[in-house]
Design a protein around this ligand. Structure first.
Ligand SMILES: Nc1ncnc2c1ncn2[C@@H]1O[C@H](COP(=O)(O)OP(=O)(O)OP(=O)(O)O)[C@@H](O)[C@H]1O
Ligand SMILES: [Mg+2]
Length: 250
């Protein structure tokens, strides 16, 4: 069996009375696209935020490459090779597209990538995720939401992560850009990286994922390999209450 590049066990997060994540255990394998599927509020983004160092877990463990993570801060998670595209698309509107793409490798107040190479580097990172040309010297504030999404995706690549977490990244994209992002994801996994792909869209899971973990009310329902479960099965696991309600109404 393939070794896990990322393992979470007993992972929990409480916000006061709310249990956002409740003892989640998942093994993620290198060189794969692993989808985490769940309805609104099932705990997907909470998992993402823990793995990105945005929130500390209330309990449980995370291991990367077999080593237990002890420092849950964004810089520490990035240093371990985790790159994240968050559900909320964060852009510095008064800065150029190039600056926005290179934001993660520049310092907060300094530009580490020299002026001469900036445009070319930003353009090459963007070219990995889209075929839509973008003017890298333009202000990012002028971009449509779809383009902003591609900019933050390119930004995550700038640090050359080995684990790339994508939280609902396709929501704002048209079909052309979505296909380009899917092609990029397949290439990233083929190169040995892990794509942790968060979605509530079953069609995206069946199109892409090597494995899928279903989350419901903060709990892992189950993890399946490709072909082990069909669409009705996934639907039922995501929200059996809905199916029960439909059956009752019939
Ligand atoms: N900062 C917070 N404070 C309090 N409760 C929170 C906070 N963040 C998330 N929650 C709650 O934790 C639960 C899980 O939220 P989470 O954002 O992880 O869900 P999700 O699966 O990403 O949902 P969506 O599909 O809407 O993005 C929800 O009940 C949510 O309301
Ligand atoms: Mg979410």
């Amino acid at each position: 069996m393939t070794a896990s590049v990322l393992e979470v066990a007993g992972l929990s997060k409480r916000y006061g009375e709310t249990v956002a994540l409740d003892g989640a255990a998942i093994n993620f394998q290198a060189g794969s696209i692993h989808a985490v599927l769940g309805e609104n509020g099932s705990g997907k983004s909470t998992l993402v935020k823990i793995l990105s160092g945005i929130v500390a877990p209330s309990g449980g463990s995370v291991r990367l490459g077999g080593v237990a993570v002890t420092d849950f801060r964004p810089v520490a998670m990035q240093a371990l090779g985790i790159g994240t595209v968050f559900q909320e698309v964060l852009i510095a509107p008064d800065r150029s597209v190039a600056d926005n793409v290179l934001l993660g490798i520049d310092g907060l107040f300094t530009r580490r990538v020299p002026r001469a190479g900036r445009a070319a580097l930003a353009a090459s990172l963007l070219a990995r995720v889209t075929r839509t040309p973008m003017e890298v010297s333009a202000n990012a504030g002028a971009l449509a939401l779809a383009q902003r999404q591609l900019v933050v995706l390119a930004r995550a690549l700038a640090k050359q992560p080995r684990v790339l977490i994508l939280d609902e990244v396709t929501a704002a994209l048209d079909y052309g850009d979505r296909d380009a992002v899917f092609a990029f994801m397949r290439a990233f996994a083929a190169g040995g990286g892990l794509i942790l792909f968060i979605t509530h869209r079953i069609d995206e899971v069946t199109a892409l994922a090597d494995r899928v973990t279903v989350l419901r009310s903060g709990r892992v329902v189950r993890t399946f390999a490709r072909g082990e479960v069909d669409v009705p099965g996934l639907l039922a696991l995501m929200a059996p209450a809905t199916l029960d309600a439909l059956a009752d109404a019939a």
